[in-house]
Ligand binder design. Structure first.
Ligand code: BG6
Length: 501
């Protein structure tokens, strides 16, 4: 496939012609909670091509009417009956087809192949299944002769739990699909404000000229979640926040903030630039791991004025788990642009509120003419809020008004609230953009194999370092802002988290 993969998100249906979607795991949680509502929204926005069909694949013995009734219930549940437009809903339900397949039974794929052959269209296979099934599905599709050069495959994280296991999965996919046919989802790349980072950085020379170690003191990427483990204790306990969030979402955000301008807005150019950042990430010095890293686990606390159980008291918990539900770390990018400007990454579960922000802390000027007591506030900050309430805010210094206020400084925001400045009634969910782009064959928003593996390599090294150093888990109460050691860590480097500034 050539790299005419532009990252521009247009709303035309060009490129969608004769591509149909085959959804494996169609009755599973991801499909029902996310993908079906997403496809309905695309339908309602008239972004799906007329001839796009959807083959739902699952193990249950459903007939098509039962499937449609189930999907209708699901849409009612997740979108709300009052949100559903009857015409859009009926158009959407008409696209649905069903094939009963036990995903590990090779023989079951013959029936699927027969149904797909009758469509005469190119296929996008979406594996909304646990990664442990990827291998069987690909192999059986191949044996049934259902894969050709025009097919695409969409896979979800986790791609492995470390570098070695991610290679096994990637090798398996590569046996049946060329890299140009593989779409690895990191849903953060589909978020509106993450896309906006490209516009903000590369369409505004004002920022791009300042976007380096000469002007930026440090960068903070904070992803605080208010949810706890939500019934996924078994999965999460094997992963922890490093594997579940840092290896993918936070590192992708870091790449989008730190990469050099791509020469063009194509998938290859963008992904090449991200890879250069990942290659330049410095391993953490094992001798100094405790100065660069804080791990935490939430204990019993209060959330929204209600008692909230600690991690070890969540349903299905194993009492002696040492898994981190919080991590804060100091990353360094050893390249021309960033040497000397650390990136602090922080993410935790069951924190006080859900906030995802990238904060660029600009340097103060070298020569101060204002009252030295005010020197601490003379730094600009650019706060890019991904969720909730997408916005960009530049903290600027102004003079306190009033003739009695000599030259007293105050910090005020220049604020861009996307809900107010844009005419769109709602900001589309990340999956809407990603599904649409996968159907169009645009890989810009998907993660390439080398990105996944470099990210694992960096995370594996840090995990090894913390295990060798026997780094202890710090407690933080559910519903709080994380362990105080995370503040101590950043302060020892002369910096502060934004909320403490
Ligand atoms: C998922 C993680 O990838 O991202 C979850 O597995 C996490 O543990 C979720 O809660 C966060 O996504 P978002 O879009 O709510 O920030």
């Amino acid at each position: 496939m050539s790299d005419n993969n532009s990252s521009n998100i247009d709303t035309s249906t060009e490129g969608l012609l004769s591509h149909s979607l085959v959804l494996f795991g169609a009755l599973g949680d991801l499909s029902l909670r996310k993908l079906m509502p997403t496809l309905y929204q695309l339908e309602h926005a008239q972004l799906l091509s007329d001839d796009l069909k959807i083959m739902a694949v699952a193990r249950s013995a459903f007939n098509i009417d039962e499937l449609k009734a189930r999907i209708k219930d699901t849409l009612n549940q997740y979108l709300g009956a009052e949100q559903l437009n009857s015409e859009s809903l009926s158009r959407f339900l008409k696209r649905l087809h069903y094939c009963q397949v036990d995903l590990i039974q090779a023989a079951d794929y013959a029936a699927l192949k027969e149904k797909l052959d009758a469509w005469h269209s190119r296929m996008t296979f979406y594996l909304a299944t646990p990664p442990s099934l990827y291998s069987d599905i690909c192999q059986h599709l191949h044996s049934a002769n259902a894969i050709n050069n025009e097919c695409r495959i969409v896979v979800e994280k986790p791609i492995g739990h470390d570098l070695a296991s991610s290679k096994v999965i990637n090798d398996k996919l590569a046996l049946y699909f060329d890299e140009s046919q593989i779409f690895r989802i990191d849903h953060y790349l589909g978020k509106e404000t993450v896309q906006n980072l490209i516009a903000l950085r590369f369409a505004n020379p004002l920022f791009e000229t300042q976007w380096n170690n000469q002007y930026i003191d440090y960068v903070e990427i904070s992803v605080a979640e208010d949810v706890g483990i939500e019934g996924r204790w078994g999965y999460f306990d094997k992963a922890g926040q490093m594997r579940d969030m840092v290896q993918n979402h936070l590192l992708q955000l870091l790449c989008m903030v730190a990469m050099d301008p791509p020469s063009q807005l194509t998938a290859t150019s963008i992904r090449d630039e991200k890879v250069k950042v990942l290659r330049a990430l410095k391993p953490i010095d094992p001798e100094k791991v405790n100065k660069h890293l804080v791990l935490g686990q939430y204990t019993d606390g209060q959330f929204q004025q209600q008692p909230a159980p600690g991690y070890l008291n969540e349903a299905d918990a194993v009492t002696n788990s040492g898994t981190e539900t919080f991590i804060a770390l100091r990353a360094e990018i050893a390249n021309w642009r960033w040497t000397g400007t650390p990136f602090y990454l922080r993410t935790g579960k069951r924190m006080a509120s859900k906030v995802t922000e990238v904060i660029i802390h600009f340097k103060a000027s070298n020569h101060q003419i204002f009252d030295p007591k005010q020197a601490s506030i003379t730094q600009n900050q650019l706060v890019i809020r991904l969720q909730p309430y997408e916005s960009i805010s530049l903290q600027v210094l102004t003079k306190e008004q009033g003739i009695d206020k000599q030259m007293q400084l105050r910090r005020d925001p220049l604020h861009l609230d996307f809900a107010q400045t844009q005419s769109q009634a709602r900001i589309p969910d990340a999956y809407e953009r990603l599904l649409l782009e996968a159907l169009k064959g645009n890989q810009s928003l998907f993660v390439r194999r080398d990105e996944v593996e470099l990210a694992w390599q960096w995370c594996d090294q840090i995990r090894q370092a913390w295990h060798s150093a026997e780094l202890e888990l710090e407690d933080y109460a559910a519903g709080s802002n994380g362990p105080k050691q995370a503040c101590n860590m950043i302060e020892t480097h002369g910096h502060r988290w934004y909320e403490d500034c």
